[in-house]
Design a protein around this ligand. Structure first.
Ligand code: CA
Length: 231
């Protein structure tokens, strides 16, 4: 019986480079998909559970390093390797500080490239298992991505859940409006100006009805802040 292939997402906007990497991975026994933008990568991550992602830094819709925290939000355990043509120490440090597990500098040679990927996969899941985030009676498990109230599941619609997740990960800190929109709606969709605020109103109602002891406050000009009620 075949063991399931490790699945890798290649985020690379240069078609020739993406093809080359995909072929090398295929010959080494990995299956891979390609995304040409951060928007496409997010769509892929939402539907498929990848073991590892190769993330280019210079992408049409931004710097891959700015994308790492959003990826970790969706897939806390994925291995992330930055692939970059930028080879100064400052650039490497920026990629690792952003939460990447490792980096590769272009142009790379085939054997080292594959050896680094295998080494990364042997070390297991990226990041460390994260402890639950608890606010009031509400608990959020970032590994399983589940919310519960004193041990009981807290059922929410998909977007309400995405918003709650984004706010819980930033509990007691201001969650910046643009980051919330990215995490809830993705990069590619046009979002109407009041959509986020309407969604926040719905989530507030659900939090109050279910006696979570959690409040979401507007921070004018910046975003929203989730705290324990009365804190
Ligand atoms: Ca690029």
């Amino acid at each position: 019986m075949d063991t399931p292939k490790m699945r890798i997402l290649i985020v690379e906007d240069e078609p020739d480079m993406a093809l080359l990497i995909g072929r090398r991975l295929g010959r080494a026994g990995f299956s891979s998909d390609t995304a040409a933008t951060m928007g496409e990568a997010l769509e892929a991550l939402r539907s498929i559970s990848y073991d590892l992602m190769l993330l280019d830094r210079r992408l049409p819709d931004g710097d891959g390093a700015d994308f790492v925290s959003v990826i970790r939000g969706l897939r806390p355990r994925i291995n992330i390797m930055m692939v970059t043509a930028l080879d100064t120490n400052r650039d490497k440090v920026a990629g690792l500080d952003a939460g990447a597990d490792d980096y590769l500098t272009k142009p790379f040679n085939g054997p080292e490239f594959l050896a680094r990927i295998r080494a990364r996969l042997r070390q297991g899941s990226g990041g460390a298992p994260l402890p639950p985030i608890v606010v009031g009676a509400l608990s959020f498990d970032p590994n399983a991505r589940q919310a519960s109230i004193e041990g009981r599941p807290f059922p929410l619609h998909k977007r309400e859940f995405a918003l709650l997740e984004a706010l819980m990960r930033r509990a007691n800190r201001v969650a910046i409006r643009s980051e919330l929109i990215e995490e809830v709606y993705g990069f590619s969709r046009p979002v109407s100006p009041g959509a986020l605020d309407t969604l926040v109103s719905r989530l507030r109602k659900r939090l109050a009805e279910s006696r979570t002891g959690v409040e979401v406050h507007l921070v004018r000009g910046r975003g929203y802040l989730l705290t324990e009620a009365g804190a």
